[in-house]
Write a protein that binds this ligand. Structure first.
Ligand SMILES: O=C(O)CCC(=O)C(=O)O
Length: 279
């Protein structure tokens, strides 16, 4: 297995920027199989922890392919991925100790769909002390056209910021964090099997998928640092990386990573801009 980014600077990059990409951590065949697995599951219907229901004929592409959550609680493939030895080993390198696993998510992000406004994950997870960590694996090639991840390097040193209203024509969640003057997000281009690890305070999100025919699927694991004693209720039970469960305290507030919001859709038709309400 080649981990091109597992150079001496892997942890230094993470400490400096708040994120790092492990290239080819999973091979292309594994990424293909996972992509097909979740495509099949989504086609079959809705599941217990889905955050918004499937609407097969819906005009909003995200209602036809809503994200899935907490699949590891009922799907063995998801559980095995969440606890995979390769993810575990790199997280131990980054954190110095085993984390606890608390969430899986699958984003389908079909052509034409909205992204997710800039946010910080620990706003939702409320892991304390310490923070959370995400392992975000590309299942398709991701670039600016299909709404790749956007990160603000160095923002993991910021506190958890107060949120403000997001533009729901481009985001399926309705809150965002304002960027201080002079700060901007940068795209992270990835290939299937690459894994982006990022700190729970890092400001990140994604823009809409403006491609006409390319999904941008991603499998995501959320973890909390091993020193954490509490996490928001939604993320219980936490798992040790050997799969056993542990009991943590419940933090105040927090919840699932971003509430679904029906958005208006901006349609550019020649001279006119039409705002259409998603049903
Ligand atoms: O995949 C995306 O578009 C956003 C994912 C995200 O914000 C997250 O995993 O915390």
């Amino acid at each position: 297995m080649m981990i091109s980014s597992m150079s001496d600077s892997f942890k230094d990059d993470f400490d400096r920027d708040g994120y790092v990409v492990a290239r080819n951590l999973f091979d292309a065949g594994e990424a293909d199989r996972l992509r097909d697995h979740f495509a099949t599951l989504r086609r079959r219907g809705s599941y217990e922890h889905d955050l918004v229901g499937v609407q097969p004929g819906g005009r909003d592409p995200l209602r036809r392919y809503p994200r899935m959550a907490q699949m590891h609680r009922w799907d063995d493939t998801s559980l095995r991925w969440l606890l995979d030895a390769r993810l575990r080993s790199l997280m131990v390198t980054l954190l110095g100790a085993d984390p606890y696993a608390v969430q899986t998510m699958l984003y389908f992000k079909p052509p034409g769909s909205r992204g997710q406004a800039l946010h910080q994950d620990n706003f939702y997870l409320r892991a304390e002390p310490g923070t959370c960590l995400a392992a975000w694996m590309a299942l398709d090639p991701t670039d600016e056209a299909n709404g790749c991840m956007q990160v603000v390097p160095g923002s993991h040193r910021w506190p958890i910021l107060c949120t403000e209203k997001a533009d729901t024509t481009v985001s399926f969640t309705d809150v965002t964090v304002p960027l201080p003057a002079g700060q901007r997000s940068e795209p992270v281009l990835m290939n299937p099997g690459d894994v982006l690890f990022f700190n729970g305070s890092l400001v990140h999100g994604s823009l809409p998928n403006t491609s006409t025919d390319r999904f941008r699927r991603a499998l995501i694991g959320h973890y909390i640092q091993g020193e954490a004693r509490q996490v928001a209720e939604y993320f219980h039970p936490a798992l040790r990386m050997d799969g056993t469960t542990l009991t943590l305290d419940v933090s105040d507030g927090g919840g699932a990573c971003g509430e679904w919001t029906d958005g208006d859709e901006i349609v550019l038709t020649g001279q006119q801009t039409v705002v259409r309400k998603h049903e």
